[in-house]
Ligand binder design. Structure first.
Ligand code: AMP
Length: 291
C-alpha cells in the first residue's frame, strides 16, 4: 500500500505496512481525531470486541493491532500453537466500522532481530504471579507495547482486566516512556457459564471446556470466604478444589488490588484481587476477581 488510506472512511481499514500506517495515523490526527488503541494477538472474540466497542464510544478512531509477539512467549510450544484466524478477525472488525487494523510483520516490529532486545525496570511486578511463573513474559510485553505505542501514540489505550497484572505492567511502561497515553482497564467478558473469554479457549477439548468454568466458580467461592476465614486456608481450599476438578493450578493468590502484593488478612475498605493460573492439559488459563 503506497498511499495512506482516507481517514473519513467508515469501513474497516487493514494496513500491514508501518509506513502507510504512519501516514494514515498522521492524517487522522491532523483531522482532529482522538485515537483509541486496542492491541491484541488476534483470534478475536467478544472480549476483544468489547474493548473495540468501548474505544469507539470514547475516541474518534480506533486502531486495533494484531501481532502474535514472539518475545512474550516463555513457552515456544505455546507460541507455535497460538491460534491465528486473520480472515475471521477481519470479518469481525469489518462489522464495527470505525476501526483500523494494523497487522505488522515480525521483521517490521523487530528489524534488528529478536536477540539482545532492550529490558525494562519493572521492579517487583516481575517477580510475582505471572512474572514469577512466566520468566521474561513481561519484558516481551513491554518490548512489543513500546514499539506499538510509538507507532500509534494513542490518546487512550484499552486493555482487559482479564490480564490484571499486564495492565499494571503496561501502566508502569507508560510511566517509564513518559507517555501521555491514558490506560483504560475494561471489565472481563465471560461466556454464559462464567469462563473468561480467551483466544486459548478454542484449543480446549470438549471435556476440558466443560471443566474450564470451574476457575471462575472457584474464584467466586473464595471471594465469599474472604471476610470469614484465614487467607491461607482459603488459598489451600481453592487449590484443592481446582485440583479435584482436574486442573493443574500454578497459583491461587489473594493480593492487594492496587499493588498486587500478597494480602494476608481481611481489612474492611481495602480492595483485594483474587488471581489464578491453572493448566487444563497443556492449555494455561488465567482469571481474576476483584472483591
Ligand atoms: P490478547 O489478544 O489475549 O493478547 O488480548 C488482547 C487484549 O484483550 C488484552 O488487553 C486483554 O486483556 C484483552 N482481553 C482478552 N480477553 C478478554 C476478555 N475476556 N475480556 C476483556 N478483555 C479481554
Amino acid at each position: 500500500m503506497s498511499n495512506a488510506p482516507d481517514t473519513a472512511s467508515t469501513a474497516m481499514i487493514f494496513i500491514k505496512d508501518p509506513h502507510s500506517f504512519n501516514a494514515f495515523i498522521s492524517n487522522a490526527k491532523a483531522a482532529g481525531k482522538s485515537i483509541g488503541f486496542v492491541p491484541t494477538m488476534g483470534a478475536l472474540h467478544a472480549g476483544h470486541m468489547d474493548l473495540v466497542r468501548i474505544s469507539n464510544e470514547r475516541t474518534g478512531l480506533t486502531v486495533v493491532s494484531i501481532f502474535v509477539n514472539p518475545t512474550q512467549f516463555n513457552d515456544p510450544g505455546d507460541f507455535k500453537k497460538y491460534p491465528q484466524t486473520l480472515e475471521k478477525d477481519i470479518q469481525l472488525l469489518d462489522k464495527t466500522g470505525t476501526a483500523v487494523l494494523l497487522a505488522p510483520r515480525t521483521g517490521d516490529m523487530y528489524p534488528a532481530g529478536l536477540q539482545n532486545l532492550e529490558t525494562y525496570d519493572l521492579g517487583y511486578l516481575e517477580t510475582l504471579l505471572e512474572g514469577k511463573f512466566r520468566p521474561g513474559h513481561f519484558q516481551g510485553v513491554c518490548q512489543v507495547m513500546n514499539r506499538l505505542l510509538k507507532m500509534v501514540e494513542p490518546d487512550q489505550l484499552f486493555m482487559g482486566q482479564k490480564d490484571y497484572q499486564q495492565c499494571m505492567v503496561v501502566q508502569r511502561l507508560l510511566e517509564l516512556m513518559k507517555s501521555r497515553t491514558r490506560l483504560v482497564t475494561c471489565p472481563t467478558v465471560r461466556e454464559a457459564d462464567g469462563l473468561a473469554m480467551s483466544s486459548r479457549n478454542m484449543r480446549l477439548t470438549p471435556e476440558q471446556r466443560a471443566i474450564a468454568p470451574g476457575i471462575y466458580q472457584t474464584l467466586k467461592a473464595a471471594a465469599q470466604q474472604i471476610p470469614h476465614e484465614s487467607f491461607e486456608s482459603i488459598q489451600n481450599q481453592a487449590l484443592q478444589r481446582l485440583a479435584d476438578q482436574g486442573f493443574r493450578p500454578e497459583y491461587f493468590e489473594i493480593a492487594d488490588a492496587r499493588t498486587l502484593k500478597p494480602a494476608h488478612s481481611f481489612q474492611p475498605g481495602k480492595q483485594l484481587v483474587l488471581l489464578v493460573a491453572a493448566f487444563l492439559g497443556e492449555i494455561r488459563l488465567i482469571d481474576n476477581l476483584l472483591t
